[in-house]
Each structure stands twice: as structure tokens, then as C-alpha cells.
Write a protein that binds this ligand. Structure first.
Ligand SMILES: [Zn+2]
Length: 376
């Protein structure tokens, strides 16, 4: 066996499929219990934004809100009978749900209802997308992305705490926990910053890409992404660095299906220059290639997107290869000289040249309007 072996998320599905039914059943129960135990340990007392207590006050509006990442009003444009599909409709693990009602779609519970109504208002207003989003809107998106990341980190930390207590065989646990703790403090810092800009906007964001399409794309997403390599194969983020001072730099990616159109926004903090070369090259490409690369990034790097149930099974199956991509490696030894070998492999995994071979959901061909015609 090679010293370094690149993993594929499809490997896990294969292992899962080989499990005898009884074992599968037991594993499902165990996973469910782990999730339940870790979530029941979470007691957030007050709103992350305004600091008001959730419990003390009896006022309903100060209660904890089930906030949506992508605004519900945007998701309504791609839902069918109140449902949307998730990552797992492509990934196909029996241990996760494939679709769900909008109220359970990519939500987090960190802020009160009053804040949820107020602090994202500008970017949630469809009328504000006739031109490029302004600084206030970008700060609001950034703030929400970081809240979602914070929520994910807190949940993961709780899950690993339960794992640590229950299953000592996970020797990777403490290493991962440490990573989540560093991530959490970075997300909190980024959130504080975005909050400050949203309250008193000053031009601190750089829009790397903005495109308005005159049809509704069947996919929605908002979140942060840390790209590993650029279009020339140069490394943007060394996600394997063990140097604690080394910071991963993200971009924010938004794919918003609106009422009769869609917008794609990619932006970052002005101080983040790590992506300059990538976007210099990207802007020179024609629209179809640009959209195919956004589509490639969306499905190979992220998991928390929402899909219209109108997308055919055949199309979802063709996206599997993209969805299975991961930057994780199995390494036999921790040899520092592996670096070159790892980067060589990563260039093969995340190869933008192959982006055109996958179904591109951002093309008009897959618009909600066209999918509806096909379904008649
Ligand atoms: Zn609040």
C-alpha cells in the first residue's frame, strides 16, 4: 500500500452497504443517541447578538429562534410542498435524512426572534438584488455565516465530549477537539467583526464575483469555503499545516434563488489577498465555465446546500463523484516530506479542468422553470 492514500467519501458508503442489517440497526441507534445526548447538553441561556436572556423573560419574541442560514423566503422559491432536499439525497447514507421540511433546513439556534427579524433585514430583502449587494448586506451575510459556523463548532465540541466519555477507542478525538476549539475562537472573532461592520458600515469587503441570472437555479447555499488550490494548481490554503499560527482564509459563497432570478455572490474580507490570483484567472473565463467552477466548488467543498426536489435522480447520481471528494488523507507515517506528494494528489482531486463534465445546476437548462416543464 502507498504511504499516502487519498480518501473518498464513497468508501464510507461502501462500508455502510456491506454492514449486516442488524449491525446497521445498532449503529443507527448509537448515532441517534450520540446526537441526542450531545444536543441535550447544550444550554444556551442568552441571545448571542443582544445578550438578552432566553429564559427569564416571558416575552415570546425574546425566545430562542430557529434561524435559517439561507433565508426561508429564498428557499420557498425552490421548495415543493414545503420540502427541500439535502446533501444526503446525493450522498445516500442510511444514517442521515435525505429531505426535510423547511423548518429543519440548515437552521441554528443562537439568537432571539427579535434579533433574527432585525439584524439580517437588508440582505433578506429580495428587492436589494437589482445591483451588487452593499457593505451592510455583505456584513449581514458574513455575520450569519459565522453564527452558523459557531453553532456547528459548539455542536461538534459537545459531540466529541460525549464521544470522549463514551468511547475511549477514538484516539483522534482530543486532536479534533483542539481543532474545533481554535476554529470556534476564530469564528467568534470573525462574527464580532462582521457585527461591527453591519452596525456601522465601512467598506471592508471585496466582492470577488457577482452574477445575476434571469432564471431560478434549483439550488441554494450560503456559507464559507476554504479553497485549497487555484486554477493553476497553486495552493491557496494549506489545510494540512500543523503550524498553529497559520490561518486558513475563507471566502463567502452565496447562491440565492430569488422570485424570478438568482444571484451568485462570492466575497471576502479586504485584507484577505490569498485569492487574488484565483479570481484574476476566473474573471477571464466565459460565463458557462465560471458557473461550472462555482458548481464544482459548491458540490465538492460544501455540504449544507439545499436542492429542489424537482432535480432528477439521474442528475443527482451524476453529482456523486463530486460530492464524494474530500481533502482527507490516510497517512501511514507523519513524514514531513509527504507534503509534495499530498499536494500532488490534491491537485488531482480538486481539478477544475474537469468541472464541465458534471451536471451544472447553475445553467438555465436546470432552472426551476425548465424542471417544472420536464415534470409535467
Ligand atoms: Zn437578541
Amino acid at each position: 500500500m502507498e504511504e499516502i492514500y487519498s480518501l473518498n467519501l464513497g468508501d464510507y458508503i461502501e462500508i455502510e452497504n456491506k454492514l449486516p442489517n442488524e449491525e446497521k440497526k445498532q449503529a443507527k441507534i448509537k448515532i441517534h443517541k450520540l446526537k441526542k445526548d450531545s444536543i441535550s447538553n447544550l444550554h444556551l441561556d442568552c441571545c448571542f447578538y443582544c445578550g438578552n436572556s432566553f429564559i427569564e423573560t416571558k416575552k415570546k419574541e425574546n425566545g430562542c429562534c430557529n434561524s435559517h442560514t439561507v433565508p426561508k423566503s429564498f428557499l420557498d422559491n425552490i421548495s415543493e410542498n414545503g420540502n427541500v432536499n439535502f446533501f444526503n439525497s446525493i450522498y445516500q447514507s442510511e444514517f442521515n435524512s435525505k429531505n426535510n421540511g423547511l423548518n429543519n433546513a440548515g437552521t441554528f439556534k443562537l439568537i432571539c426572534r427579535k434579533c433574527d427579524r432585525e439584524i439580517f433585514k437588508s440582505y433578506e430583502n429580495i428587492d436589494n438584488y437589482n445591483s451588487k449587494p452593499n457593505v451592510k448586506m455583505l456584513a449581514q451575510i458574513d455575520m450569519k455565516n459565522n453564527l452558523k459556523n459557531i453553532d456547528k463548532c459548539i455542536k461538534n465540541l459537545e459531540l466529541y465530549k460525549v464521544l470522549e466519555e463514551g468511547l475511549s477507542i477514538f484516539n483522534e478525538v482530543s486532536k479534533r477537539k483542539e481543532k474545533f476549539e481554535i476554529d470556534l475562537s476564530e469564528y467568534k472573532e470573525a462574527y464580532d467583526y462582521a457585527k461591527k461592520v453591519s452596525q456601522k458600515p465601512f467598506n471592508d469587503y471585496n466582492i470577488l464575483y457577482f452574477k445575476k441570472l434571469n432564471y431560478i437555479v434549483p439550488v441554494a447555499y450560503q456559507g464559507t469555503v476554504a479553497l485549497i488550490n487555484d486554477l493553476r494548481g497553486n495552493i491557496i490554503n494549506n489545510v494540512y499545516s500543523n503550524d498553529k499560527k497559520y490561518k486558513i482564509k475563507n471566502i463567502s459563497l452565496c447562491v440565492f434563488p430569488l422570485e424570478n432570478s438568482s444571484v451568485i455572490i462570492i466575497f471576502t474580507n479586504k485584507k484577505n489577498k490569498r485569492y487574488s490570483e484565483f479570481f484574476n484567472d476566473f474573471k477571464k473565463l466565459d460565463l458557462e465555465k465560471q458557473l461550472s467552477i462555482v458548481n464544482y466548488i459548491l458540490f465538492s467543498y460544501t455540504e449544507e446546500y439545499f436542492l429542489s426536489p424537482l432535480i432528477s435522480k439521474n442528475t443527482l447520481d451524476q453529482l456523486k463523484e463530486l460530492v464524494y471528494k474530500t481533502s482527507d488523507f490516510y497517512r501511514k507515517t507523519e513524514n514531513p516530506d509527504d507534503k509534495k506528494e499530498v499536494f500532488k494528489k490534491i491537485r488531482e482531486i480538486y481539478n477544475y479542468d474537469e468541472s464541465l463534465k458534471f451536471p451544472n445546476l447553475l445553467l438555465e437548462k436546470f432552472s426551476i422553470e425548465n424542471l417544472k416543464k420536464e415534470n409535467i
